[in-house]
Design a binder for this molecule. Structure first.
Ligand code: GLY
Ligand code: MN
Ligand code: MN
Length: 369
């Protein structure tokens, strides 16, 4: 997409004659490929995109993906599709990069094997790390991206509203995770944006816990559900925490504290604010409570073509927020041996504040057991 290629060139601190994105095999696919080339389907393993300073894009793809590639090129006149046999993309590269002395690569994503192939095919090229410019371009979303992120968030929110009705004694963490993923697909997701987290009881104290088949819901459990949808390649990421009765006064207090922490973080969001100020606003609420020190991660990260889209914020991140950034706000409190509460929402920065993309209720909810 011409505007995205041009925007990335503008953000480079060292000039290049071309930008090159090369995919390996799943899961080593550089999502930046899809930032520049909006293919409606397909993995594009082994495919290469070459962006030029005038915004034109050459895409090398295998016959496997040709249909999707041509469909994308039909709506994007700046993209030219070349179909080559699998694993032979570099046969075309000297021609496409004819005269290019300096070529930008996404050092954050390119595999070493691809680097060696490129160095062999183009021995006189000077390679330049373009990853900061790519990350920066991707961090500021355009209208189409915000629309898709909003749709992905809506899907997550619909399922978030349905979870209380799914909580029954005896269901396993994996049962609930499967139901969440099934429902996201029924609401229009193309899949989950990451491995769904469902944590009952003490498991909730582990932020990236993997759900199990043998842990079953029993009265007196706290529950953390962290899940997200892909909608037309764009991700959402939402966490809702519940109590399966009877109540526990401490876990209720934990929930109310996390809610206040999230509200404090949200209240800071507007263009120009340092990212660390958002984190620190949430951390200050938690550290002034009986749960001091139990926020054990940064309070958010950018979302986009990946659920962890390249930028996160924490106590030391000075980067200023900018309009059209989309990121999560997800404070949590984790009590080892007892459980945890995390509340996570997706927001877009507007000219004077933010707009919430996720809308499922986040308040303390005790579901009768
Ligand atoms: N889903 C993992 C996270 O919230 O970052
Ligand atoms: Mn999450
Ligand atoms: Mn997250």
């Amino acid at each position: 997409m011409k505007a995205r290629v041009l925007k990335t060139f503008e953000g480079l601190d060292k000039p290049v004659d071309a930008l090159l994105i090369a995919n390996s095999v799943d899961p080593h696919l550089d999502q930046s490929f899809f930032y520049f080339f909006d293919a409606p389907s397909g993995l594009f393993e082994g495919s290469v995109a070459v962006g030029h300073p005038d915004g034109q894009l050459d895409v090398l793809t295998s016959p496997l993906e040709a249909e999707s590639a041509h469909a994308a090129a039909k709506v994007d006149p700046s993209a030219r599709v070349h179909t080559v046999e699998r694993d032979s993309a570099e046969t075309m590269l000297p021609k496409l990069l004819d005269g290019a002395a300096r070529v930008g690569l996404n050092y954050q994503e390119l595999t070493h094997a691809w680097y060696e192939r490129l160095a062999k095919a183009l021995p006189s090229v000077t390679w330049v790390d373009a990853s900061a410019a790519i990350r920066k371009a991707r961090a500021i979303k355009d209208a189409e991206e915000i629309e898709r992120l909003g749709r992905a968030a809506e899907i997550g929110s619909k399922v978030g509203r349905e979870i209380p009705s799914l909580l029954k004694p005896g269901i396993s963490e994996l049962d609930l995770a499967s139901e969440i993923e099934y429902r996201m697909n029924r609401h229009g997701a193309s899949g989950r944006s990451f491995g769904t987290i469902v944590a009952f009881g003490a498991h909730g104290a582990e932020p990236h816990y993997a759900p199990g088949a043998s842990t079953r819901l029993a009265p007196g459990s706290s529950i953390v559900c962290d899940f997200g949808a892909f909608y037309r390649r764009y991700a959402s990421d939402i966490t809702r925490s519940f109590r399966f009765g009877p109540a526990d006064p401490e876990m209720r207090e934990v929930h109310l504290t996390v809610e206040r922490a999230q509200e404090a973080a949200l209240a800071t969001i507007r263009p120009g604010v340092a990212a660390k100020d958002v984190h620190n606003a949430a951390a200050a609420v938690i550290d002034a409570s009986p749960f001091k020190g139990r926020l054990i991660h940064g309070v958010g990260h950018s979302i986009g073509l990946a659920v962890h889209d390249g930028w996160h914020y924490g106590p030391k991140v000075d980067d200023p927020l900018e309009e059209a950034m989309v990121f999560t706000v997800e404070p949590g409190i984790y009590l080892p041996g007892k459980g945890g509460v995390r509340i996570e929402d997706d927001v877009v920065v507007t000219h004077d504040g933010y707009r919430m993309l996720t809308t499922a209720p986040r308040g303390y909810l005790e579901v009768p057991a």
